[in-house]
Design a protein around this ligand. Sequence first.
Ligand SMILES: *[C@@H]1O[C@H](CO)[C@@H](O)[C@H](O)[C@H]1NC(C)=O
Ligand SMILES: *[C@@H]1O[C@H](CO)[C@@H](O)[C@H](O)[C@H]1NC(C)=O
Ligand SMILES: *[C@@H]1O[C@H](CO)[C@@H](O)[C@H](O)[C@H]1NC(C)=O
Length: 417
Amino acid sequence: MRIPKSALQLSIFALVIVLIVSLHNYTLPYLRLGAAKVGGFEETVLDSSTPSPSQGDSNLEKPFEADQFGLEGQRTRFQPGIPKVPGSDYSRVMVIPRTKDEDIGWIAEELPGLEISVYVVDEPNAPLHPPKNKGHEVMVYLSYIIDHYDNLPDIIVFMHAHRWTYHNNELLGADASQMIQRLSNEHVIREGFVNMRCNWAPGCPKWLFFNSTEELMSKQEESYLAKSWSELFPLEPFPPYLAQPCCAQFAVSSERIYSIPRSRFAFYRDWMIKTPLTDYVSGRIMEYSWQYIFTGKGAMCPAEHLCYCDAFGICFGGSTQYEHFVQLEDRKKEFESDLEKWKEADQLFRNSSADRTPDEISNSTAPDQKQQEHLQEQIGMIEKEREVLKKRAMARGDDPRLRAEECGRTWTEGDGF
Ligand SMILES: *[C@@H]1O[C@H](CO)[C@@H](O)[C@H](O)[C@H]1NC(C)=O
Ligand SMILES: *[C@@H]1O[C@H](CO)[C@@H](O)[C@H](O)[C@H]1NC(C)=O
Ligand SMILES: *[C@@H]1O[C@H](CO)[C@@H](O)[C@H](O)[C@H]1NC(C)=O
């Protein structure tokens, strides 16, 4: 049978097209993005998405599988987890990045028995270390997930090496040890991803926008966000904005991690290693992307009172009561500032008295001593009231029924937290 020449040409042409398309099936989105959005950065992105033979990557055996990097298809949809029966144990590990010089002795002292996984960022000979000291804690968090993916505990708490810091929870003495101790396993299992900080500022309710072009000192990373997003989540549209309480300390259930393929975490880490962005900027971008990675939500700002109640068992009874507690702190700060001013005025008076004539002194007025006593008294009263309220809130939080009630969860007799 004779095949017409034109039909033969056509089928060869079609075959070539099919070949090209299938070969580029995976890299195509990147090429498109590289040209359209991320201009100038496509080489780096291609590097990470197309394994080269010299890397000896095991992915090579199936280089054209659609979900090779777990980037295709629908974003993982959030499914609340189901806690174990009340009283069950949960395995936990705390993942900590540290430098050679950082002291983490507080963990063994305060949290004996807690399993920890410590990555030394600036010591390539340490048993656990990230492939590159870049991106602050991000490189370590991702490395832990990649290294331990096959054997994760129920709950992984990603924390910094320091015990006290301004960005720890104020109501828990800014103390990481208290935060770990009070963290509800059940809450983490239900939510899948829990920011360890309840206080909104900084980071909530809206933090990073995708339309920023100006480099702000306070949010240096914002102007790089749109481009980075296109590289990190190439098939996903921008959410309206990114927001979550600051500073990249959070707990995740292994169930939530397992809803995402390991290869996707490897892809994020690869981006981290290869991006020309600085350590600081790349770290910050990921800091505000974790909630998106684990829950698919751009913004995750749970009401502070609900966070304190369900995650840490400090339940004031509702938002009004919590607000009252917060306002007490604000008032205390005002009194403290007044007291500071009073002390300054008093000091000034004393200083200047030293080189004045008795006449001058008698003419000027010393700050009123009563005023100082009044301020100190007010501060003391507020401190006492706050202490009482906090104790009551902790007692309320110890009751699983009250905790569920305040957080709007259904609860039946016999249920745990
Ligand atoms: C970016 O978008 C937000 C919200 O849509 C808007 O409030 C803001 O003014 C925009 N900023 C710039 C620089 O266009
Ligand atoms: C008062 O004098 C002390 C000691 O000379 C000095 O340190 C302090 O700053 C002065 N305070 C004021 C308010 O002038
Ligand atoms: C003391 O105060 C009086 C009345 O205010 C004023 O006339 C006098 O000049 C002042 N004396 C000094 C030394 O400042």
